[in-house]
Design a protein. Sequence first.
Length: 275
Amino acid sequence: MSDAASDPTNSEPDAPSTAGVAEPSEVATAPEAGPRQFRQHRFVPPPGGCEILVVRHGESEPMVEGRPLPLKDGHGDPALADEGLEQADRIADRIVASGERVAAIYVTTLCRTHQTAAPTATRLGIEPSVEPDLREVFLGEWEGGELRRRVIDADPIAVAMYQQGRWDVIPGAETEDALRARVRAGIDRIAAAHPDELVMVVVHGGVIGTIMNLATGSTGFAFTGADNASISHLVVTPDRWIVRCYNDTTHLRERFSTIDEPPPATGIRPSGITF
């Protein structure tokens, strides 16, 4: 070893940080060990980055024809179905068993996110905070569960909505620009409050699709289909949003495909979409 390397008074500047790329030991061996070896490695969040576990709420109660779902501030506000309550427990099992160091839990103004977060919050001893800008997309005249019925009945407007990949095809619905702006603002606020921390955010399917579009530069409904109680992993930095995974459901089922799962015992559930 050289005198410079062993001299504690040596004032040469430190090597550039590898945070956000890999730990130095994972990249290459020391020169004394022979030719350097460059390995593949696990991702390391950049300094100041906020890791967000983006959780979709559990399955909510069905809309019965002729009986609209309750509203809160104009948004459909159903409670979780029994299946959704079980899914919430499975989320908690996954988070606790994995040893994730969750610094905070966020929910929206709608009760299904509160119910979904509750088991995890109780077991971790965290009081959830409300981020209103991450509430579900406003569906205008199709709130209260009407969207579900219109899709099942192949309403021409619902068909156009999917063809165009825009919620604002629905009469009176929130514009795409407004939705993207508030979702970005909500995520940015959370990330700014939790640098170098991991947080859990329980939100909605339309919001998850928007988050993924913002992070990847995608548009339309490419990511509108996150399963109830699924977990996606986002890293937010001052420069960019990084998607680590999308729609993880290993705490709900072992298989990727649901093609041969039996249909629900009650209610109507279409293929290819989730609400």
